[in-house]
Write a protein that binds this ligand. Structure first.
Ligand code: ATP
Length: 424
């Protein structure tokens, strides 16, 4: 059999506690996976025997088996190998400990465990969060998933933080079902662009999540899983502390970095359990370019859906007079010019009204739920996003790409630094 043909269809027999890892890199390439025998899971989601799953370029996958299995892989992978060393037993032990806490919280009608995953970039934080959420939901739990990673934005789009009640395991194509997510617009892909604003939004999200836990008993006993971003030094570390405090976390899972672990042991209250976990050898490092492509793809999916679930966005003109566009953060004033009572960093969270101008072309705008044009706009969650695809200075209109037809649910729009070039 020639090499090419061999790469097209291969069968892998995995022993118990092994993992088949592969990547699909080439554009347009498709790889099909079928479980022939035994049992397997992908990041905590069960693989159904006999069903064929499709993976496209960008996929970085691990098929793990507790009992042993046979898998057939068809198509050209860029990397494929079987790993015998995985941290899955450790991750499963974490799940078991959290499940004990959930059972106790049920008995005592208390809040279930609030768990936060932290670590540097590319250590598998999102993957661990996904595995633990999947295990919890497979036990019949209904936990809340909070994503504070503005760089990737697993809930909604990049530049946001959000929360979601998880009722089903993540689908292998589309992740967790995005029914009624709670989304706040931060508007930048890096936390350091405006740490003050980020911390304020995280605090607000924490308040709303706690309210949700109060009103739903099942979710309250199931607890919360929080994924964070990989900025762990200086102000980034302070933001982690702030998030931990805001959500009143019970457990922090630290991936890969002992220094971070020790700092958290030193700085978090004693009742917070800090657990050090090794990262999986399978986690793939992503270059700046790959991250930026993933961000674009995420926004494209937001408007146009995925191959399996296509969406048809709307494009319409809106008169400038019909909308109000704001930006959060004003240019800093020299200390000597600060109005009485204003602190040097206050400009970072100032609401500034914008007249449409060519500078907002291709930018995303958050459609706010705020009722009034006051400071509430900053801390209001959002209905969704539109993208400025054209600007007519003479007619004073802007053309918006929108998931929903006209009219917009609210006329208060907030500018995001994140841009999307619509190539459709
Ligand atoms: P970020 O720096 O964005 O915060 P992260 O620490 O959350 O990254 P992940 O997104 O979980 O890292 O993982 C990075 C990539 O590695 C993902 O594409 C994921 O699918 C892949 N990956 C994770 N675990 C494995 C594994 N065991 N085998 C193969 N690929 C994996």
């Amino acid at each position: 059999m020639g090499e090419d043909k061999k790469s097209l269809l291969q069968e892998y027999k995995l022993d118990q506690d092994n993992e088949l890892r592969f990547e699909v890199e080439s554009k347009g390439e498709k790889v099909y996976l079928t479980l022939k025998n035994g049992m397997a899971e992908i990041f905590g989601t069960e693989v159904v025997k006999g069903k064929t799953y499709e993976f496209t370029s960008g996929a970085k996958v691990a098929v793990y088996t507790w009992q042993g299995c046979t898998i057939e892989v068809k198509g050209k992978t860029d990397v494929i190998y079987t790993a015998k060393e995985t941290p899955m037993v450790l991750y499963s032990n974490c799940h078991a400990a959290l499940e004990i806490a959930r059972t106790e919280s049920e008995k005592e009608n208390k809040r279930g465990p609030i768990t936060m995953t932290v670590g540097p970039s590319d250590v598998g934080k999102s993957t661990l969060t996904r595995i633990l959420l999947n295990y919890a939901v497979r036990m019949g739990r209904r936990p809340i998933y909070v994503d504070l990673d503005v760089g990737q934005g697993c809930i909604s789009i990049p530049g946001t933080v959000g929360a979601l009640v998880v009722e089903r395991p993540a689908s292998l194509d589309e992740g967790f079902s995005q029914e009624a997510p709670l989304v706040y617009n931060f508007g930048h892909k890096n936390v350091d662009a405006n740490t003050k604003l980020y911390n304020m939004i995280v605090d607000q999200l924490a308040v709303t999540v706690k309210e949700r836990l109060e009103v739903n008993k099942k979710t309250r006993h199931s607890g919360v899983f929080i994924n964070t971003c990989g900025w762990i030094k200086g102000e980034g570390y302070k933001s982690i502390l702030n998030s931990g405090k805001a959500f009143e976390v019970d457990v922090i899972l630290v991936l890969d970095q002992e220094r971070l672990y020790n700092e958290l042991v030193r700085d978090m209250p004693n009742y917070v359990k800090i657990v050090f976990l090794q990262k999986s050898g399978g986690v793939v490092e992503r270059s700046k370019h790959v991250r930026s492509e993933a961000r674009d793809q995420r926004i494209r999916d937001y408007f146009y859906g995925t191959i399996k679930n296509q969406l048809y966005p709307h494009s319409f003109d809106v008169k400038w007079s019909e909308i109000k566009i704001f930006k959060i953060g004003a240019p800093p004033l020299p200390d000597s010019c600060l109005p009485h009572g204003m602190k040097p960093k206050d400009h970072l969270t100032k609401l500034v009204s914008l007249t449409p101008n060519p500078g907002i072309l291709h930018h995303l705008l958050a459609v706010s739920f705020a009722e009034k044009e006051d400071d509430d706009v900053i801390l209001s969650h959002v209905a969704g996003f539109v993208c400025v695809s054209n600007l007519d200075m003479d007619r004073q209109t802007i053309t918006l790409l929108s998931p929903q037809p006209k009219p917009l649910p609210n006329n208060i729009l907030v500018l995001s630094e994140i841009q999307f070039m619509d190539s459709h």
